[in-house]
Design a protein around this ligand. Structure first.
Ligand SMILES: NC(=O)c1ccc[n+]([C@@H]2O[C@H](COP(=O)([O-])OP(=O)(O)OC[C@H]3O[C@@H](n4cnc5c(N)ncnc54)[C@H](OP(=O)(O)O)[C@@H]3O)[C@@H](O)[C@H]2O)c1
Length: 238
């Protein structure tokens, strides 16, 4: 993909946070149409006629099927919607853990699977899956496995769809200043900068975008000795 101009894009979780920013920057880059999916479609800004608001709950098969039926011309999928719902791995509510996986893993995978043929056939196909720096490093929560699983699925989807000319991109980033981490007191990236990096990466033909320094550090983690990544282990009895 050399340019997002004139492309037809579906963005999930498009009503706020980074999703809203994707819509705005895609319009600035000359997208032909942006299907903006949200659990409550009335929360989508449709002041630009190229925006088509669609009700989309990525955990609801009927809702996903309706969006698939409504988007025959889509060639770019941005799997952005995500939640933090669980908590510490040993104590989190089991229903919340499953909801986190439904939203962050099964939902994006279902959309990618159902739209893959059309994205390939329509030409200039792209799928962007939004991972996290936490795909590669754990803080002990239930969220991290959802993003690790999505990262792995992205790698598989890339292999499956490369022969059909579809660019499958994984986005990794640390904290970003959105509602999701409003309660976290730590340095955060500007959502506009992260989205710009992601869209620049698509247009550059990249397979992976590391949108901040934290992500570059996290990417190194799986290759390091475990005690070098998790320094707190050194203080524990063997
Ligand atoms: N913020 C960070 O620090 C950070 C860091 C790394 C990665 N990420 C990832 O970046 C993506 C965007 O996050 P954000 O920071 O923009 O979060 P956000 O501001 O909390 O927005 C999350 C979006 O996802 C939507 N959503 C949640 N559950 C959904 C469902 N079942 N079906 C459809 N949409 C759903 C929300 O819709 P409602 O308005 O209906 O709730 C909202 O539009 C997520 O995948 C997140 O995991 C975020």
């Amino acid at each position: 993909m050399t340019s997002l101009a004139d492309q037809t894009v579906l963005v999930t979780g498009a009503n706020r946070g980074m999703g809203k920013e994707y819509v705005s920057q895609l319009l600035e880059r000359g997208a032909k149409k942006v299907y903006a999916g949200a659990r409550d479609a009335s929360t989508i800004d449709t002041s630009d006629p190229r925006v088509v608001a669609l009700q989309l709950d990525v955990t609801d098969a009927d809702s996903v099927d309706a969006v698939v039926a409504a988007t025959p011309d889509v060639n770019v999928l941005i799997n952005n919607a995500g939640i933090v719902a669980g908590g510490p791995l040993l104590t989190a509510d089991q229903t919340a853990i499953r909801q986190e996986f439904e939203t962050n893993y099964f939902g994006p995978l279902r959309l990618a699977s159902l739209l893959a043929d059309r994205i390939a056939d329509n030409g200039n196909g792209v799928i962007l899956n939004v991972h996290s720096a936490l795909s590669w490093i754990s803080f002990g929560g239930t969220y991290e496995p959802t993003k690790a699983a999505l990262w792995s699925a992205t790698n598989g989807l890339r292999l499956a769809l490369a022969p059909r000319g579809v660019q499958v991109v994984g986005l990794h980033v640390g904290y970003v200043d959105t509602d999701m981490v409003a309660g976290v007191d730590a340095p955060k990236s500007d959502p506009a900068d992260v989205v710009k990096s992601a869209l620049d990466g698509i247009e550059a033909g990249d397979f992976e975008v590391l949108a901040d320094e934290v992500s570059h550090q996290a990417k190194a983690a799986p290759g390091l000795p475990i005690e070098a990544v998790y320094a707190q282990l050194a203080a524990q009895p063997a």
